[in-house]
Design a protein around this ligand. Sequence first.
Ligand code: FAD
Ligand code: NAD
Length: 367
Amino acid sequence: KTPVLDNGSKDIIPSYDWFQTDGSITVVIYAKQKDINSEGVIADLQEGKLRGEIIVKDHSYLVHVELSNEVHEEMTVQVSEKVGKVEFVLKKKEALFWKKLGQPLEGHNSFAKCTDRGLHYRKCKLLSKSNVTHDTRLLCLKLPPGTHLKVPVGHHVYLKQTITGTEIVKPYTPVSSSLVSTFKTPSHDDEMHLYFMIKIYPNGLFTPVLDNLQIGDYIFVSNPEGTLIKSQLEDVEDLFLLAGGTGFTPMAKLLNYALTSSSYLRTVKLMFFNKTEDDILWRSQLEQLTCNDERFDVQFILSEPKKGWTGKQGRISSSLLSQFLKRSKFDSKIFICICGPVPFMEQGIQFLQGLGYSCKEVHCFTA
Ligand code: FAD
Ligand code: NAD
């Protein structure tokens, strides 16, 4: 029987099956759709429990079981994007014949709207932290060995900590490990690491606690969320990025992605708003990138410059934007991304509307 979704469409819902050999258990999810991709598969094998989620458009299908026998902590995830099939291969600890896969846990074998699913967290280890500027750190977290999680370009995750007995959750956008040395094929090891560029606010609730974490400490990281879709970048010719302070974080991966994967791209321009020169994140890397790739250019605009600054000054304005947003040819397809403090984004969007840019041409990063 074809189940009918709550939106009334007669899409066929995904299903799962499992089989075993002497040494392994394979759980297979049939998405019954051909447009799945590896970033839509989020899986965790922890403490004898398997939680495998696949995102199909705005819905999520879940396999969630307490396994009936012991397995090794690592698992292999194979995604056949064209066929719409995902396999989780687990290694048995003992060559026993399993009579069943395990006990169903919350949400097992269900297909629900992503927004109704709730966030799942896993415990990640702090591997390193370094200074990006006087108040901003680069943290590297390692995913647990049984986790398969890729954060799509422009998406964020939530970090969770218990602070004086209360669980506090805040969104952060993973960045690449650097801007200039990541032009290589990512290895499996790279996929196990998440990098975060985080500004520490001395009077803030969450960031001072993050800053005090020691190497080897754990922090909970959620599934990704976000609204940017890679296809929005597919045929873009001119990409304009407007960032205020740590609003630069979604731009970091976006820059790498656009410069390596968008075939029609002619120009990428970053307009980076900060208070002072000392606040500019990855300045030398950005300058290096302008030398490495002639399609890329960056402009720094300071709102509180110190004496001696000869570059642009001020805050986001219609006149700054109209000077900056120059198409590389009169009819080029453009895309503008904006991220930063809320008033910066609100004003920016208003100015962009005033300059005649349509909603389709502007992406705003929000939680
Ligand atoms: P808060 O307690 O929120 O305080 C922040 C500042 O505001 C402090 O200076 C504090 O003194 C001041 N403040 C707090 N309350 C008041 C008040 N009532 N009146 C006046 N001032 C006040 N940040 C990053 O650094 N990196 C990222 O990659 C990143 N990604 C994000 C992605 C998304 C989608 C969003 C929405 C935000 C992102 N942020 C990011 C911001 C992050 O989520 C936190 O808001 C930030 O880290 C501040 O957290 P906090 O609890 O330390 O500070
Ligand atoms: P900041 O206070 O250092 O300001 C950076 C620049 O933003 C300033 O130099 C100025 O040009 C502009 N700006 C600041 N306040 C403004 C205002 N009231 N009106 C107009 N322009 C203003 O920035 P920060 O402390 O690094 O904060 C970055 C902000 O970006 C945070 O609020 C954070 O939540 C947000 N952020 C959002 C996302 C997301 O995906 N939505 C990601 C990262 C950061």
